[in-house]
Write a protein of this length. Structure first.
Lengths: 111, 375
């Protein structure tokens, strides 16, 4: 058994998940492929959204994959970092907006 | 804990010093550095060992055999590509020619005369001059003047742009190209200064922009103009090029908005794992992942139209190769005809193309050739 939870080489094996559940695996990859096609949003915009979400999900495979995908699309490092800040802002905002709940509770209990 | 935390900056300092050293070394060709990788047989050894030897990845021969495309055979000749010398004013990170100011291999006028005989009689519709910086060959202008008389439909010169601004004696190149109706094809790795200079050297971006503006000023690259100006994009690192049409759109928008520059088409070219790019892949520990990416992106439809099947590459000393990459790997054509002096188009047609694992670079995704995608 591997001594670490994550191995970069495992990303290449992602497609193998279909081997243990072919129908669901294939449906997932078909859906996944469709999502990233050019649409109302460009494939480039979708790639940047994916990069931001990869960070908020803290998925190392996704971070590797969408950093490389961005480079392939000519996305600059400044654009990548800004996208991550969008994710980070939502993450911290999501934490802080709960502060209102805390304030409400304090006011109710100790008002 | 504290010991580990302290060791971190030290490691990163070490790494950056190594990178600096690598960057410094990279201002000279591998040949000048007497690098092991300057030897073509060493490169071929690397490309056949490791992951390809132990069967982790299929060899190119095995892969094209799956779709009954082995052996690859040369079709009718369409493009004659002549390398007039390895000397260049730039030392780009990825250069498959290992070109640079220290390279002395230059085509002589005698070999050019032999080429001209072929150019006059060939059935090829495209003549493609490349280098190094072809303009640095002292007989370059004479050769272009003579070759343009042969009336070949498409006469390409691969110009690196900065040469036009490198020295006063090159300032009139745009006018010279225009006079001989030369189709200019130029490298431009990115529409931003940072990414361009990282790959091609400091100051390259600004000079390239100026050169493009000068080409535009004499009529090159303007929509509907017969003076063709195309750009070549190849990735600045260990990743594959994106979709050629989207990249072209992005390049056109950015170059127009920022600099008022126009051009016709963008060719997206994949970096082949040979020479300086192979050196970079190994030094940066990206070699295996890169080969995986190439093999995963293998596209049999690209094999159909791979450029070696309609192109012939002539080296600075007149020898014949299936492509520019085989020229650098010193893999000569598999034919009785080996040299431009004994050229025979009929004998060369139908020859078996010489292949190795670097060929995966031309069959990944939409394929790659000196004219961009092929599938």
């Amino acid at each position: 058994m591997s001594k670490t939870y994550y191995d970069p080489a495992d990303l290449r094996k992602f497609g193998k998940i279909t081997e243990w559940s072919e129908e669901l695996g294939n449906k997932f990859f078909e859906y996944y492929g469709k999502v990233f096609e050019e649409g109302a949003l460009s494939a480039r915009e979708k790639s940047l959204i994916a990069l931001a979400v990869a960070h908020t999900e803290q998925c190392p495979y996704c971070i590797d994959a969408y950093t490389k995908d961005g480079l392939q699309r000519g996305v600059t490092k400044e654009e990548m970092m800004e996208a991550i800040h969008v994710g980070a802002a939502i993450k911290s905002g999501a934490t802080l907006v709960h502060g209102v709940q805390m304030m409400n509770k304090v006011n109710k209990l100790d008002g | 804990m504290s010991g580990r935390a302290q060791s971190r900056p030290k490691t990163s300092r070490l790494r950056s010093r190594r990178q600096l050293l690598y960057k410094y070394m990279a201002t000279k060709s591998l040949k000048k550095r007497d690098s092991d990788l300057a030897k073509s047989n060493r490169q071929l050894e690397i490309l056949s060992n490791g992951i390809f030897q132990d069967g982790e990845l299929p060899t190119f021969k095995a892969k094209i055999s799956e779709t009954s495309q082995f052996p690859l055979k040369a079709k009718k000749l369409e493009i004659l590509q002549i390398n007039v010398g390895y000397m260049c004013n730039q030392v780009c990170d990825h250069c498959h020619v290992d070109a640079g100011p220290d390279r002395k291999e230059i085509m002589t006028r005698d070999t050019m005369r032999q080429c001209l005989e072929v150019i006059k009689n060939t059935g090829a519709h495209t003549l493609d001059l490349t280098g190094g910086a072809p303009e640095m060959n002292p007989d370059f202008r004479w050769f272009v003047e003579e070759a343009s008389k042969a009336g070949i439909k498409d006469f390409i010169v691969r110009s690196n742009l900065t040469i036009i601004r490198a020295n006063k004696k090159y300032y009139d190149l745009p006018e010279f190209f225009k006079k001989h109706n030369v189709h200019v094809v130029s490298s431009m790795p990115h529409w931003t200064r940072g990414k361009t200079d990282k790959q091609r050297g400091d100051g390259v971006f600004d000079k390239s922009i100026k050169a493009l503006q000068e080409l535009n000023a004499v009529g090159y690259g303007i929509p509907d103009s017969d003076l063709r100006l195309d750009l070549v994009y190849n990735p600045s690192g260990a990743f594959l090029p994106g979709d050629q049409a989207s990249m072209e759109k992005d390049f056109k928008k950015a170059l127009m908005e920022d600099f008022g520059i126009q051009f016709h088409n963008l060719f997206a070219i994949t970096n082949l794992p040979i020479s300086r790019f192979l050196d970079y892949l190994i030094a940066s520990e990206n070699y295996e992942d890169y080969m995986y990416s190439l093999v995963e992106a293998y596209n049999p439809a690209a094999v159909e139209n791979v450029m070696c099947t309609n192109t012939l590459s002539v080296s600075w000393d007149g020898y014949l190769f299936d492509c520019d990459f085989n020229q650098m790997l010193e893999l000569p054509v598999n034919s009785k005809v080996k040299h431009i002096s004994e050229y025979n188009e009929e004998l060369l047609e139908g020859r078996n193309i010489v292949i190795s694992q670097h060929c995966y670079g031309c069959t990944a995704g939409a394929g790659s050739s000196c004219q961009g995608v092929v599938a």
